[in-house]
Design a binder for this molecule. Structure first.
Ligand SMILES: Nc1ncnc2c1ncn2[C@@H]1O[C@H](COP(=O)(O)OP(=O)(O)OP(=O)(O)O)[C@@H](O)[C@H]1O
Ligand SMILES: [Mg+2]
Length: 252
């Protein structure tokens, strides 16, 4: 479990996160939702220890993330940021290989090559392996970075808006892969997502932020109600069930 306790970030005059406490379950898919500017990416970066909180604490499976050494963190969690900086003259296969660094320290062995091949196949990058990153479409590049994170083979995977740029097929495939990783391998998955249908029909758990604070959280079936979602986005959201599936309607 990731235990976020009384976390704050930013100055007292202009706080970005205020007193955020959340329990994110291991072995499940958690959707981090909320309006633009709510603090989702900030929370993810604090968990990823890319930034230092102003106050509060974060524990990951009992490990204090402020104290943990980088080598331990790199085996514990993999992160894909919202804005991907592109080292353009890197080939897809090499990028995925970078994910193996915590295991290989730069000398790729048979287990590393197997993990890279597996990630390439899983994220449908077979035909793109030899391409440079700046020769890819936005969605292809997104998948390459997710494959790199997957190849890192960590207990936790944190993905900031992984569905951005993905077509229907690849978006659905990604969510199915993430569910599989949670269910079959017990990985904890945290995704920032704006599409409520992906959030409610593919996730187990939800943490909703608004104005730097937790608006609501809990198992999707209990927490992601029409009332909560409408208030969160200040726009009418209806929840309907059709053939056993849950849908959020907010287009009109
Ligand atoms: N480097 C920064 N300096 C100052 N303020 C920042 C910085 N980065 C983000 N912010 C502010 O912090 C708040 C939270 O930003 P954050 O990126 O966490 O939002 P978000 O929920 O991820 O939004 P989005 O859905 O648009 O990605 C916003 O008000 C934003 O303007
Ligand atoms: Mg963001």
């Amino acid at each position: 479990m990731i235990q976020v306790s009384n976390l704050s970030y930013g100055s007292a005059a202009s706080p970005i996160l205020q007193d955020v406490s959340a329990d994110i379950p291991a072995g499940q898919v958690t959707a981090l939702i909320g309006p633009n500017g709510a603090g989702k990416s900030t929370l993810l970066k604090l968990i990823a220890r890319q930034m230092t909180p102003a106050g509060g604490s974060i524990r990951m499976d009992g490990l204090d993330l402020v104290q943990a050494v980088p080598a331990v963190l790199a085996r514990k969690m993999a992160v894909v940021a919202q804005h991907l900086s592109v080292a353009s003259r890197v080939r897809v296969r090499d990028l995925v290989g970078f994910g193996r660094w915590p295991h290989s320290a730069g000398r790729l062995g048979p287990a590393d090559h197997a993990a890279i091949a597996n990630a390439v196949e899983l994220f449908d990058l077979g035909g793109l392996q030899e391409r440079f990153l700046d020769e890819l479409s936005g969605g292809q590049r997104q998948r390459a970075f997710i494959a790199m994170a997957y190849a890192q083979d960590t207990d936790w995977l944190l993905l900031d808006e992984p569905l951005n740029n993905l077509d229907l097929n690849h978006a659905r495939n990604l969510m199915a892969q993430l569910r599989h990783l949670a269910e079959a391998q017990g990985k904890g998955i945290v995704i920032v997502v704006h599409d409520l249908n992906y959030a409610i029909s593919w996730s187990d758990h939800v943490v909703a932020l608004r104005d730097g604070q937790v608006a609501f959280q809990g198992p999707v079936a209990e927490a992601a109600t029409a009332e909560h979602l409408s208030a969160l986005y200040q726009t009418p959201v209806a929840i309907t069930r059709l053939e056993g599936q849950v849908f959020a309607q907010y287009h009109r």
